[in-house]
Design a protein around this ligand. Structure first.
Ligand SMILES: *Cc1c(COP(=O)(O)O)cnc(C)c1O
Length: 395
């Protein structure tokens, strides 16, 4: 017996739920790639992507996923043999660094771990010790989707400045852009990258990069530049140069709609919505944790992200059994543990096109699964989430 017939719900941290309006906006014939409307669309999207990153710098749109945008950002500012510093706080900055290593860049990892945020003081100390300025860039993820941590990019930018170091600050915002504040210029970030399929509610396939003036200066001498990713080519006058070939028309139609939805809601409201729903998840997990079988991966409450929560399972309880129950019996697909958390955790996504019933429904299904599988847990996690939302969201 199951209770899964009905709309399936995908609660994994990307790709996320695509709004029907976005899907509908994509459902149309192809258009001419050399005339009016598409040129205006590109213009509006490049402006709005820069607006999302909060920068007066340049934005670039690639036909790529996050891994592609990683490569785009690296090739444009680095040369073979350059050294970079990767700030570890999960899987993703390290993965970005691994791309750089395979491109011939020397990679040093500032050791962190899966259960906490990057410590800005350690970044400052490491950069201060780099007397000769051999480190050309510092790579960090704003939210690491594997650990569920949020890093304080403003403080890390401050640390780079305090160390009086010239390294470019490069930030991965794939799991945070559109979901929480990001202020590229104010935080002294030189290169930021993201993707379409998480907070931006659009199917996978678009990668975004933004570059500060300083990054574009460094770009002029970068040795790893290749034709497809190259910023200079993409700054050309011709429309086809913006995409180094045929534009991803339908993804652009979808993205336009998604950004319209986001701006209609208001970015500040969208950030607050994420905060409220994330806290609802944390309230529930906090109660369930009283049973000692599950708990937060991120130890410090203030370091838990507003887009994804990683929940550890211990005491011999199998997170895959929980996920299977939620999916097969109730129609909710949760994220699995990745990296060091593989086989040890579930991840609950709360990013992008999510609202109270989606999150409360997901939490309810998890609580049903905890009971059905006899996994010890504090009772009333969902009630705590309800109480939290009821207290915060007033008529
Ligand atoms: C998902 C994700 C990526 C990778 O994106 P892909 O589109 O899967 O290549 C990179 N960084 C972060 C923080 C992510 O969450």
């Amino acid at each position: 017996m199951s209770v899964r017939a009905g709309r399936e719900f995908l609660a994994i941290p990307g790709p996320t739920t695509v709004p029907d309006e976005v899907l509908n906006a994509m459902h149309r014939p192809a258009v001419d790639i050399y005339s009016g409307p598409l040129l205006a669309l590109t213009e509006s999207l490049l402006g709005d992507v820069a607006r999302l990153f909060k920068t007066d710098g340049r934005a670039y749109i690639y036909i790529a996923n996050g891994h592609g945008a990683w490569e785009a950002s690296l090739t444009n500012v680095l040369s073979k043999g350059d050294k970079i510093l990767v700030l570890e706080s999960g899987r993703f900055a390290v993965g970005w660094g691994e791309s750089a290593r395979r491109m011939g860049v020397e990679v040093e990892i500032l050791k962190g771990d899966m259960r906490r945020a990057v410590r800005p003081a350690e970044v400052e100390a490491r950069l201060k010790a780099d007397k000769g300025g051999t480190i050309k860039a510092v790579l960090v993820a704003q939210i690491d989707t594997a650990s569920g941590v949020v890093n304080d990019i403003a403080a890390i930018g401050e640390a780079v400045r305090a160390a009086k170091h010239d390294a470019l600050l490069m930030v991965d915002t794939v799991a945070s852009l559109g979901c929480m504040p990001f202020e590229m210029d104010a935080w002294r970030v030189d290169v930021a990258m993201s993707g379409s399929q998480k907070g931006l509610m659009t199917p996978p396939g678009l990668g975004f990069v933004a570059a500060s003036d300083r990054a574009r200066e460094v770009h002029k001498k970068a040795g790893l530049r290749t034709p497809y990713w190259d910023w200079t080519d993409r700054e050309g006058d011709q429309h086809y140069q913006k995409y180094a070939g045929t534009p991803p028309e339908h993804l652009l139609f979808g993205l336009r709609k998604a950004l319209d939805l986001l701006f209609e809601e208001g970015l500040e409201n969208a950030f607050r919505r994420h905060q409220l729903l994330a806290e609802a998840v944390r309230r529930a997990v906090g109660i369930w944790a009283e049973g000692q079988a599950i708990g937060f991966n991120i130890i410090e409450p203030g370091e838990r992200s507003d887009t994804v929560t990683a929940v550890l399972m211990n005491g011999g309880h199998d997170p895959e059994a929980l996920r299977a129950y939620c999916r097969e019996k109730c129609g909710v697909t949760l994220g699995h543990g990745i990296g060091d958390l593989s086989g040890k955790a579930i991840r609950i996504a709360h990013m992008g096109h999510v609202n109270a019933p989606m999150i409360l429904g997901t939490l309810s299904v998890i609580e049903v699964a905890l009971a059905a599988l006899d996994i010890p847990h504090g009772k009333g996690g969902v009630q705590a989430a309800i109480d939290w939302l009821g207290g915060e969201v007033k008529p």
